[in-house]
Design a protein around this ligand. Structure first.
Ligand code: ARG
Length: 297
C-alpha cells in the first residue's frame, strides 16, 4: 500500500467537511516581553525587541481565537519573566487535570509557581511535577496518545511521569536540531480529537518536520502516521509547525507557504498569523497557546 502523502484524491475533503472543535486556551499578554538571555538559538539579546509590536501581534492571535468561537483565559504576566507569554510551557492539561511545569533553565523557573497557582484558582486538579518538563511545548495529545519530546528540554523521566499522571500511552520522540528544541516546534497536531468527518471516521493526523528527529523517532512517526503531512525544511525553519488547529482552521505563520498549500490540499483552512516579534524569543503561535481540556470555568 502506498503511504505517500501527495495524492490529493485520498484527501479530497473540502474545507467545509473538516469539523471544527471548540477549544479553551490559556494565553499571557506579553507586556514584559524582551529578549534578555539566551536559552535557545533564536534568542539574541543584542537584537532589539519591541514590546509594543509583540503585544499587537499577540492581540491578533487572541482576537482570532475569539472570532473563531474559541474561549481564551488569561494569566497575568509577571515582570522579569519575559518568556511567560509562551504559555504552552506552563503545563499540560487533560480532563481537568493540570500537570505543572518544571523548567530546564533557571531563567524560567519563576514561571512554575504562577502557572500552578492559576490552575488551582481555576479549579483544575493540579499535579506538581518531580521531573523536568516544559508542558505542552513537549507533550502533544493525538487522539488518546501523548507524543512526548526530549533532547533539549523535557527529560525522558518526565515522559514516564506524564504517563503515570494521565494513564495514557506515551510515545517518546527525540529531537536533534537545537532550532527545534521543543516538540511543538517540529510537530503539530491537526486533528487532536478522533472524530467523524465526511460521514466516516476521521483519524487524528499530524504534520511534522522529519529532519528534526532522530532515525528511531522518524521510523515511529512514519509507521503510526502514514498520512502525516511532511513539512519542508524551509517551512520548518520559519516555525511553520508551531501552529494551532481546531480540526478545521489551522493558525500558521504567513511565511510557511508550502505548508499553507499542503493544508489547503487536505481540506483544512489555513489562517495566517504573523508573530515575527515573538519569534525573536524562539516562539510562535503554538508556544503562545496552552489548551485547557476538560474543565469548566
Ligand atoms: N524563550 C522560550 C524558551 O526558550 C521560548 C519557548 C517557546 N515555547 C514553545 N512551546 N516552543 O523557553
Amino acid at each position: 500500500m502506498s503511504t505517500q502523502n501527495t495524492a490529493p484524491a485520498a484527501h479530497a475533503l473540502s474545507a467545509s467537511t473538516r469539523m471544527q472543535h471548540h477549544r479553551r486556551y490559556l494565553m499571557c499578554r506579553p507586556e514584559h516581553f524582551t529578549v534578555s538571555y539566551t536559552i535557545n538559538p533564536w534568542m539574541v539579546p543584542a537584537n532589539p525587541t519591541d514590546t509594543a509590536v509583540a503585544v499587537r501581534q499577540w492581540q491578533t492571535l487572541y482576537d482570532t481565537y475569539l472570532a473563531l468561537g474559541h474561549e481564551v483565559e488569561l494569566i497575568d504576566p509577571v515582570e522579569g519573566l519575559p518568556d511567560m507569554v509562551y504559555t504552552a510551557n506552563g503545563g499540560f492539561v487533560i480532563d481537568g487535570v493540570a500537570y505543572g511545569p518544571k523548567f530546564r533553565f533557571q531563567e524560567r523557573a519563576g514561571e512554575a509557581g504562577p502557572f500552578i497557582d492559576w490552575f488551582r484558582a481555576y479549579g483544575f486538579d493540579t499535579r506538581v511535577p518531580v521531573e523536568v518538563n516544559e508542558g505542552e511545548g513537549d507533550f502533544l495529545l493525538v487522539g488518546d496518545t501523548i507524543l512526548a519530546g526530549t533532547g533539549f528540554r523535557s527529560t525522558g523521566d518526565s515522559h514516564r511521569e506524564v504517563g503515570e499522571v494521565f494513564g495514557r500511552e506515551v510515545i517518546s520522540l527525540s529531537l536533534t536540531d537545537p532550532r527545534f528544541y521543543h516538540l511543538d516546534t517540529a510537530l503539530t497536531v491537526l486533528d487532536p480529537v478522533e472524530g467523524v468527518a465526511d460521514g466516516g471516521p476521521e483519524r487524528a493526523n499530524i504534520a511534522y518536520l522529519p529532519a528534526a528527529f532522530d532515525a528511531r523517532s522518524q521510523a515511529i512517526l512514519a509507521e503510526r502516521y502514514p498520512d502525516a503531512i511532511h513539512v519542508s525544511d524551509e517551512d520548518g525553519a520559519v516555525f511553520g509547525l508551531n501552529s494551532a488547529s481546531d480540526g478545521r482552521n489551522v493558525l500558521i505563520s504567513p511565511r510557511a507557504k508550502g505548508f499553507e498549500r499542503q493544508l489547503r490540499d487536505r481540506g483544512y483552512n489555513p489562517v495566517l498569523i504573523d508573530l515575527s516579534e515573538l519569534l525573536l524569543g524562539g516562539g510562535g503561535i503554538k508556544c503562545c497557546t496552552l489548551e485547557l481540556r476538560g474543565a469548566t470555568s
